[in-house]
Design a binder for this molecule. Structure first.
Ligand code: 6CS
Length: 368
């Protein structure tokens, strides 16, 4: 049938076709049925399944040792462990990759793969994310807020879609603690708040909320707060306790008000193209680790708040309690912010009405 030469050619053809089939097979197994071409093009994706290295830039908005930094490094620790080192993470603190707004844009373009980005900075890019900017909307019971931020249909449905429309995949919304006011005067009534130059994050609904409460809101990036307080460019600001203490605001402020007028919320998210380019296996792994870190972060932020309060009590700043009547007076003034939010879009109206119901139901279950 074959002379010697014919036999060699046949053998060679046979070996070559085996080799070709072997190469083609790999990507199919690991991928999620998505087209392989896309997967092999962009360096990082799907590498883990085949043992290659995936390196993630994980940016956040705070300093070393702050709540977001502890979160990002916990993520790094767990994802590197669970991926046997196939996925590695470089964590970047505030300012290392530009301002908080720059980080948001880099997350949209894919220059950064993963980031913690707060609605206080994304509000003008994703107007519906300003739901997180409305004072006195969430519960005074942090367990209620934890449950809602973890399970809300409003947040993981219509709101998540709005992030995706901007090229961002939101994994989990989470909280960093109650917001407190600091100022160079005591503020317990709306009269006290009149004309106070209150620093806010640069989102229009936060600014509107402070105008409604009588203040003179001054939006700035986080890096400018200390100097502006020191030089009296602003009179006060709002932040969770850990951030007040780690930013040394007690050095340049005389009063710390237990206003609990809001909770600091944020979201852990990825660049959509990058994330959807990963294999299902890697997508599942990242989601699993984010969920684990998210659950862990609730107790962590609680501990950080307690530690900060103990520290602040040793400093030269007066801590002022607000009565529930005093808080109620501010709440009533801020209610118009909800109407403002509803005007953003039909989705916004659906989000706030659903979220208000979810908070009510969780309070009925867990207590106010
Ligand atoms: O007030 C701010 O701008 C900052 N506060 C916190 C708690 N995290 C980051 C944010 O930039």
């Amino acid at each position: 049938m074959f002379n010697k030469k014919g036999l060699y050619v046949f053998m060679l053809m046979f070996v070559l076709s085996i080799a070709l089939i072997a190469c083609g097979g790999d990507s199919d197994d690991a991928g999620n049925g998505a087209d392989t071409d896309a997967e092999t093009d962009s360096g990082n994706d799907d590498a883990a399944a085949s043992g290659e290295q995936i390196n993630l830039k994980f940016a956040h908005e705070e300093g070393q040792g702050d709540v977001q930094d502890l979160y990002a490094n916990k993520f790094k620790e767990l994802i590197e462990e669970k991926s046997d080192g196939n996925i590695t993470v470089d964590v970047y603190t505030a300012g290392q990759l530009g301002s908080n707004m720059d980080v948001l844009q880099s997350l949209q373009t894919g220059a950064i793969e993963i980031a913690i980005t707060s609605p206080g900075f994304s509000g003008d890019v994703i107007p519906e994310s300003q739901i997180m900017a409305i004072p006195f909307l969430f519960s005074d019971n942090l367990e209620v807020n934890k449950k809602v931020l973890n399970e809300s249909e409003a947040l993981y449905g219509p709101l998540a879609e709005k992030y995706e429309e901007k090229g961002i995949t939101p994994f989990k919304f989470w909280l960093e603690g109650f917001m407190w006011w600091t100022a160079n005067k005591e503020i317990t009534t709306p009269d006290d708040m009149k004309g106070v130059k209150m620093r806010t994050m640069p989102t229009s609904l936060i600014i509107k909320s402070y105008e409604l409460m009588g203040a003179n809101p001054t939006p700035t990036d986080s890096g400018e707060i200390y100097t502006m307080l020191q030089t009296k460019g602003i009179d006060g600001q709002e932040n969770p306790l850990f951030y007040v203490y780690s930013s040394n605001f007690h050095e340049v402020q005389d009063y710390l008000m237990d206003s609990k007028h809001h909770i600091y919320t944020t979201v852990t998210a990825a660049n959509q193209d990058f994330f959807e380019g990963l294999s299902q296996e890697n997508q599942d792994l990242i989601r699993e680790v984010v969920k684990e870190v998210n659950d862990w972060s609730f107790d962590m932020q609680d501990e950080e708040a307690e530690k900060a309060l103990e520290g602040i009590k040793t400093e030269d700043i007066e801590i002022v309690e607000l009565t529930s009547e005093q808080r109620q007076a501010f709440k009533e003034l801020s209610l118009d912010a909800r109407e403002e939010y509803k005007k953003e879009s039909d989705a916004a109206k659906e989000i706030i009405e659903t979220l208000e119901k979810e908070i009510e139901e969780a309070e009925a279950e867990l207590g106010e």
